[in-house]
Design a protein around this ligand. Sequence first.
Ligand code: PLP
Length: 345
Amino acid sequence: MNLKDLVRPNIYALAPYSSARDEYQGHDAAVFLDANESPYNKPYNRYPDPLQREVKEKISQVKGVPPENIFLGNGSDEAIDLIFRVFCEPGLDNVVAIEPSYGMYAVCADINNVEYRRVKLHNDFSFSAEDIMQIANKRTKVVFLCSPNNPTGNLMDRKEILKLLDLFQGIVVVDEAYGDFANGKSWRFDVNTFPQLVVLNTFSKAWSSAAVRLGMAFADKEVIHYFNKVKYPYNVNQLTQEYALDLLKHSYDVEKWVKLILGERPKMISAFAMLPYCEKVYPTDANFFLAKVSNAQKIYDYLIRKGVVVRNRSKVTLCENCLRITIGTPQENTALLSALRQFEE
Ligand SMILES: *Cc1c(COP(=O)(O)O)cnc(C)c1O
């Protein structure tokens, strides 16, 4: 399989925007009169590094992936959109995704006028590479997997993903937004073995920084090159880059937060499972769990009245009468449980 054959021809041929900062990359000049910036209000008068080199160096150390295999974007949502814009010809190509999964894949497909083919998960929320191959055709450019999956919470089987990488002649995306909460080995360590593999990570979940909008994609350096050609020149602003550098120095804080959440998770699950109207709590590898209840809408509405918001996933495939509940602080979790214990059917 050749990556070049998967990329849209116009993107392959694209001459990307070349900014003043691309053309002059040294740091030793004293006078910068090349970018029509204001000389006042330092340091925010200057455009940020379009390739976020310093941040990537730090992420490389923390994540164990070389900088040339890293793309940074305005949330991982930017990377998802770029996957469509780089690989999928509107009106002609299609993508395949597991169902249920993260809603942004389908929205980005619709925006880009790319057909979105859904492959239902098994009842235990596992997927099969064979099922995906059945639905894929010559125009299938991308397969989206999410592991641990949102909203089901489970990791996708490693052997099954290997099988898909072997059978499918296109891009395989493994969205690991919740990977820091799981025990499985991350797929980011395999991007130099499989040139068609794109692994997504984010600062929004375990890294506790959804507000700053910073997402990562790990992939073969040729894929990273196509993303960089298509992205907005300054897609990650200076404030976000500074914030990320600072947070990366405190990665032990992140580990501490993850430990706290993972400590709360089994307590929440067993307490929830004891509720008289709880029918099932699904196993989870993420910072949330999915639970089947007797009447999800009624419980959801009741909780809103109590000032507690959970996610009602009842209308989602395989999730009838299911609520998706995020693990919060011990205080927040107690507030949810005490409200739930007062609920009367
Ligand atoms: C929350 C989430 C993301 C994060 O998106 P950002 O744009 O990085 O905030 C990505 N994928 C999945 C499956 C998610 O649940």
